[in-house]
Design a protein around this ligand. Sequence first.
Ligand code: HEM
Length: 368
Amino acid sequence: IYEWYQQMLQSHTVMFDPARASWLVFGYEEVQHVLFDQGTFSSQRSVNADGNVDPFLGMGILGIDPPRHRHLRTLISQGFTPRMVAQLEPRITAIVQALLDQVASRGEMDLVDELAFPLPIQVIAELLGVPSSDRELFRTWSAEAVSPDLAHRVAALQKIAHYFRELITQRRQASREDLVSALLQAEVDGGHLSEEELLGTCMLLLIAGHETTVGLICNALVCLDEHPESLQELLAHPELLPSAIEEVLRYRGVVHSLARVALVDTVLAGQQIKAGDLVLPLFAAANLDERQFPHAEIFDIRRSPNRHLGFGHGIHFCLGAPLARLEARIALGMLLERFPTIRRRRSMPLELKPSYFIYGLKHVPLEW
Ligand code: HEM
C-alpha cells in the first residue's frame, strides 16, 4: 500500500475512487486542509469507506464537530491528563518486564501475541479500572471491534457497551482512583459528560488505544529489521528512540484514514466535491509526500523536522498520543536493551490483519 501511495502522489493529490464512492486525499497540504476545515469537512459521519453505517465511527468525540467537540474534549482532558499518563511509567515498565521475562530464556517470541498486544490492553484496562479477571474478555472484544466484518463489529461494541454501563453504574455508587471515576467527576461550566458520552468515551479509549499501539510497536520492529543500519545506530544511541518512533509513525503509519463528509459543495486541489460526498484524508499517504518530507522514501531515525500526520492534525489530534509514545518507548527500549541481537524470523512471511483502517500485522516472529 505504501508503494501505491508513493505512485499516486506522483500524479494526484486528490482523486475520486468509484470503487469506494469517495474522494481519496493523498497530498500533505490537502490532508491538513481537510482535517483543519471542520466547517466544510465534518467528522460527524456514520458511514465508513465501504459505505456501511459504522457504529465505531460515530462513537465518542471522534465523530463530533464543534462546538460540542470542544466542550467534550475539555471534559475528557480533565480526566485523561498528560500528568496521569506520565505517572504510568513505572507500571508500564513492570508490565513489559514481566512479559519479557516470560520469553527471555526461549530465544524467540511472537511480538504481537507476547508483547505488543497484551501491553496496551492491560494498561488501558487498568487505567479505566477494569478488574484483572475481566481483561481476557477485553482482548477478544477490542480485536473484534476493528474487524472488517460489520456484524462482528456491532456485536463486539454491544458487549463492550453493556460491560461499561455496569462499570459506570458501580463507579457512580462508589468512586475509585480510576479514569471512569475521574471522567464522571469532570466538570466544565457546571456541565458534565452525559451517560451516553461517558460510555462512548470509555469505549473509544479502549478501542482507539489498543490496536493502534499494537501496530506502532510492530511496525517499529519491522522498520528497524528492514534497516539494519538504523537498528545499529539506535543500539549505539538509545537516546534516539523517541525520534525513531516518530519516524515509524511517518514511514509506516498505523491509522491510514478516518473519513469526513463534505457539508457544502467545495473545491479541493481543483476537484469539485459535492455536499454529502465522503472524503478520506489518507494520513499515511500524506506522510510520504516529498513536498513536505525531503527524501520521504528514506527511513531516517534522525529526521527533523518531522511533522507527520500519524496522530492526525487539528482539533481531533490524537488524545492518546502521549500514552502511545510512552508505551512504545518503554516496550521497544526494553526489548532492544535485553535482546540486542534481535531479528525477525524471515522464514515466516508477514501477514496483515484484516482491518478496514488500521495497518497492523497478524504476527511478527522474532529471534535473538
Ligand atoms: C484520535 C491515531 C493511540 C485515543 C486519533 C486520530 C488519529 C489517531 C489519526 C485522529 C482521528 C481523526 O482525525 O478523525 C492514533 C495512533 C495511535 C493512537 C496512530 C497509536 C500509535 C491512542 C491511544 C488512545 C487514543 C493510546 C487512548 C487511550 C484517541 C482519541 C481520539 C484519537 C480519544 C479522538 C480525539 C478527538 O476526536 O478529539 N488517534 N491513536 N489514541 N485517539 Fe488516537
